[in-house]
Ligand binder design. Structure first.
Ligand code: HEM
Length: 138
């Protein structure tokens, strides 16, 4: 069980690296002056590679978490609350994919400040999930 939990945490950390950095690239994309196509293309290339790289990692993080849950008899309100937050994170991840597609179509879907606030959502989720899984207050 400990090997599975160790790799669960490895993939969770890697997933969050993407969830923290991708919206930061979106902030920079929204700041690119009109006409700076080279800069925009470079940022789009980075965002596309990062999104393709981090999506299977998210699936592995969740898969190992479900293996821990159903394979080792974990239970409790903390796990249900945690899973609800993780479903929110999956929605956020998917939302990043849709925003990336809009940027790739040449759109700038929101102002930089909107992306700065959007960028903070995974931070709040990470704090809540870690409290739930380590302290198990529910
Ligand atoms: C549906 C997805 C997930 C499920 C079902 C799940 C389930 C679990 C389970 C059953 C454990 C073992 C708890 C224990 O040993 O006390 C665990 C450990 C852990 N999970 Fe997840 N997890 C999921 C996603 C995540 C995510 C997204 C994070 C991000 C912060 C996360 C962070 C952790 C941490 C830090 C531990 C180690 C806790 C400890 O050893 O005390 N998990 N997870």
């Amino acid at each position: 069980m400990l090997w599975i939990k160790a790799f669960h945490i490895v993939f969770v950390v890697s997933w969050f690296a993407g969830l923290f950095y991708l919206p930061r690239i979106f902030v920079n994309l929204a700041l690119v002056p009109a006409g700076s196509t080279a800069e925009r293309e470079r940022l789009l290339l980075m965002a596309g590679k990062l999104y393709r790289f981090v999506t299977p990692i998210a699936a592995l993080a969740i898969g190992l978490g479900l293996w821990l849950w159903f394979g080792f008899g974990f239970s409790g309100g903390w796990l249900h609350a945690k899973t609800a937050l993780v479903l929110g994170l999956v929605g956020y991840h998917h939302g990043c994919g849709r925003l990336l597609a809009k940027f790739q179509r040449g759109e700038t879907p929101h102002a930089p400040v909107w992306f700065r606030f959007f960028n903070e959502i995974p931070v709040l989720a990470l704090v809540a999930i870690c409290i739930l899984v380590v302290v198990k207050p529910l």
